[in-house]
Design a protein around this ligand. Sequence first.
Ligand code: HEC
Length: 405
Amino acid sequence: MRPRRKRTPAQSKRRHRAGGMLPRALAAGAGLVWLLWPGSGLTHVTTTNTVVFEREIAGILRRHCTDCHAPGRPGAPLMSYEDVWLAREDVLASVLTRRMPPWAAVAGYGEFANENALTLRERQFLVSWVEGLGPRNAGEVFLNVPDSAGDTEAAASGPGGEAWELGEPALVLELPDSATQDGTDGREEVRIQRVVLDPELAEDRGLSGVEYQPGDRESARGASFFLERTGRWLGSWTPWHAGTLLPPSVAHTLRAGDRVLAEILYSPGGEGTVAGGRIGLHLAPESRATASPAVEILLEAQEGTPAGDGLTRIHAEATVGGPVRVLALLPGRERGVRSLEVSARLPDGRTEILLLAQDIPYGWPTPYLLAEPVPIEGGSTLHATAYYENAEPAPANLRVAVSAF
Ligand code: HEC
């Protein structure tokens, strides 16, 4: 959709002059010239489309798609010109319907560090390219990555010996290969692996970040890590974002003996046992013992959703005592969420929207990591409002963990 812009009267006048009769006359004239030009039907075969695969399209795919659409990854490869050319109609449809890439937050409400949405311009490039019948540069061999072929291999390389993207972690926990359970309702839409890990901490420490390297990148779709003792969210991984790092002065409090619960989601199907991979824990240096502790504010409610077309609205709120800075929002994974809004009503009556997400995909658990901590005054109320739609009657749980400090 094209956002409609309001014009001032002066702008409209200017537009009239520029876009009015004269260009139309020129266009008509050009059409006439074209018709009268000798042999025009043969010579005018070039299209006006200037979007070519190697220049615009390969970069868009590399930025937004090939974390998943590559060999050894969950989606069918979109690596070569041929892959993409053959799938071009599907690619366009998946992008225009916002099915791909999986990212539900609506642009314009909050900025996220792990955002993976196409910009309007990128979508327009894809439209032009597909409608222009998918041209490429003058018949050159496509290397997928414009400048270096090495990048392609790096993007598709398997686990083991990989570099940690968020820096060298203080502790590395290996996950055992283990069985997965089918996702809820026996509908097998996802498989879940739950593992409790013991970092064997002898003393209290601050946890400043979590990164994950899946053992099975072909089917891993998302991972979240929680403090077992409290159930508090510590961080998440998605195929396009390696982990979660807190700002320098903030840390989750880990007590001696505390354990970490890892919950990893996999694509449906596949074998019963998956390779677990490993988790890197970043610990705050001792000198940072005074770091602000991360807190969690839970927005929770439950209601039954009737079957059918109707939307069920569920709302939860919580008042924050003192001022906080919001770091991340973690919605629980629920089926049939048409929309979710998380906002803060400030004491002076203003509302600040932290997240507006639409058609949250059930199979892609995604945290919303704010690009910058968002300050919320004490006395504000955090609100979460979700609209659910289910084909069958089901209890719907609204649960949004708000990580703050
Ligand atoms: C986080 C992983 C991920 C990212 C990022 C991603 N895809 Fe997908 N995509 C998948 C998976 C997995 C499937 C298989 C169907 C499913 O499970 O939803 C898929 C399916 C598709 C399909 C098949 C038709 C359909 O809609 O199911 C197309 C086309 C597609 N993706 C295009 C893209 C494009 C274009 C991008 C980038 C703009 C992209 N995808 C980004 C994982 C991803």
